[in-house]
Design a protein around this ligand. Structure first.
Ligand SMILES: Nc1ncnc2c1ncn2[C@@H]1O[C@H](COP(=O)(O)OP(=O)(O)O)[C@@H](O)[C@H]1O
Ligand SMILES: [Mg+2]
Length: 238
């Protein structure tokens, strides 16, 4: 038997508010994402992208429908079960980096390991490895303020991957970065997908950022308008 898909949304809806004022942020969304995919999510503001990411990452629950994770029905899990799934399966990267200020890179990366109750030596070792993987060897003791935007996003990516998650969820990871730095960050995310097999799901507004993904989902009004393989662009065009 083929293994169950990594992620399956079945008729997922998310409603906010009541009565006349009800907003249907997601509207009977069906979606399957297999392990090791690299998926971009696009669509106009208010189309449900962040709502979908929050549900994908077990930060929020749907109003109705089923979310099967590795074939396991997660709807109705209690809070501690969602927390475990988040800590063990998911890494999050945001537009605004979300690092602790006045705190060193290595301490920021250690944070998710502290939640796991890992001892200090092991924690430090894994955090240093993750920082080396994102190209920040030698910057471990710099505080957030001492790093450029691109370096801060690298620290955030190291923090996301230090727990060796199956999935990296990135909500506009290059939204605050210039073009050249955006390319460097996208090359890093691409290599995590290609070389380490991490499933990447990324929201972006920019076509040239979505082009790094292998598949693009376009949202409109809380459902999928299109779901397409990203067209290959020949290298010599760049
Ligand atoms: N916490 C909330 N309370 C009420 N409405 C919300 C909330 N979060 C999102 N919405 C509404 O749900 C719809 C989808 O929002 P969102 O998922 O943030 O869209 P996107 O990320 O594509 O811009 C929007 O109409 C938004 O205003
Ligand atoms: Mg959003």
């Amino acid at each position: 038997m083929a293994p169950a898909p990594l992620i399956q949304f079945r008729q997922i809806s998310k409603l906010y508010g009541r009565g006349e004022a009800t907003i249907r942020a997601l509207d009977s969304l069906d979606l399957t994402i297999e392990a090791h995919e690299f998926v971009a999510i696009m669509g106009p503001s208010g189309s449900g992208k962040s709502t979908a990411m929050n549900i994908l990452g077990f930060l929020d629950v749907p109003s109705s429908g089923q979310y099967l994770f590795q074939g396991m029905e997660t709807t109705g899990f209690d809070r501690s079960q969602y927390t475990l799934l988040r800590r063990h399966m998911l890494g999050f990267v945001f537009q605004g980096f979300n690092l602790l200020a006045r705190t060193s890179a290595v301490e920021n990366v250690e944070l998710p390991l502290i939640y796991r109750g890992m001892d200090a030596r092991e924690r430090r070792k894994l955090a240093l490895e993750a920082l080396a993987q994102v190209g920040l060897a030698g910057r471990e003791n710099h505080t957030t303020q001492e790093l450029s935007g691109g370096q801060q996003q690298r620290v955030a990516i190291a923090r996301a991957i230090v727990t060796k998650p199956a999935i990296l969820l990135a909500d506009e990871p290059t939204g605050n970065l210039d073009t050249r730095t955006s390319r460097e960050i996208m090359d890093l995310i691409t290599s995590l997908n290609r070389d380490r097999g991490i499933t990447v799901i990324m929201v972006t507004h920019e076509d040239d950022i979505a082009a790094y993904a292998k598949r693009t989902l376009r949202f409109v009004d809380g459902h999928l308008q299109s779901d397409s393989k990203t067209t290959e662009v020949a290298d010599d065009v760049h």
